[in-house]
Design a protein around this ligand. Sequence first.
Ligand code: MG
Ligand code: MG
Length: 285
Amino acid sequence: MMDFLIQVVFEVNINQRLKQMVYLKTDEEVELLRAANLLVGQTLAELAKIIQPGVTTRQLDAIAETFIRDHGAVPTFKGFPNPNGDAFPASICASVNHQVVHGIPNDTPLQEGDIVSIDCGTQLNGYCGDSCYTFAVGAISPEVQMLLTTTKEALYKGIEQAIVGHRLGDISYAVQSHCEAQGYGVVREFVGHGIGKEMHEDPQVPNYGRRGNGMLLKNGLCIAIEPMITMGTKEIYMQQDHWGIITRDKKPAAHFEHSVCVRKGQADILSSFEEIEKVLSEKSL
Ligand code: MG
Ligand code: MG
């Protein structure tokens, strides 16, 4: 799940926020964050095993919730409030095709050629995990595959910039420039965020920005970087359930997210796609 940087949709202006409270994490805290984030990766890998045509996102949600609770953690998304005060009803966000983010799991079976982004959060021993992966359902078109590939590449381009001495805008620019070079849209209204005891801490981490701008990145800063990238327009609508966000032109969107810790020379990626991608490569054999 991502922070609500919402001027248009919720009429909350980022400039009205009070002074930022940025907590740099100790090494012990980073390990707690890693444990929570690795559990998210394991949960997404469980879902990867069963994502196929005919499966519903409600089924995926039930499996995720059970898996998270069986591992002694709490699904952070369940009950999480939006700015209207509505509680999110599920343990994952499952956003299909032109849904960008915050899709509420439902009973519509996934179909061959769909894409579904599964965003998942855990709280384990008081610290939060948050990570997202966009999955192909069966065979997808080369155009949609390129969207997924580019969005994931953009995430890692951003992570490359998450090092001591760089600035937040370096991350934002890296994500934006990589995606816009392909002609894709970069969603503005939703952003990455600091992560720690709270799922959403300062600073906000936009997927667009200028190199050399923004907060100086310090050792121990833990942030979720999460490009939300559209095949067509970057303009979005909110669905009537007050959660789901869709592209205005109904073209597909992709979303990948890692939680990372800023370090000297190279960021420490706290979440992991390793188990997910092991499952996916075994499925494709
Ligand atoms: Mg997330
Ligand atoms: Mg997030």
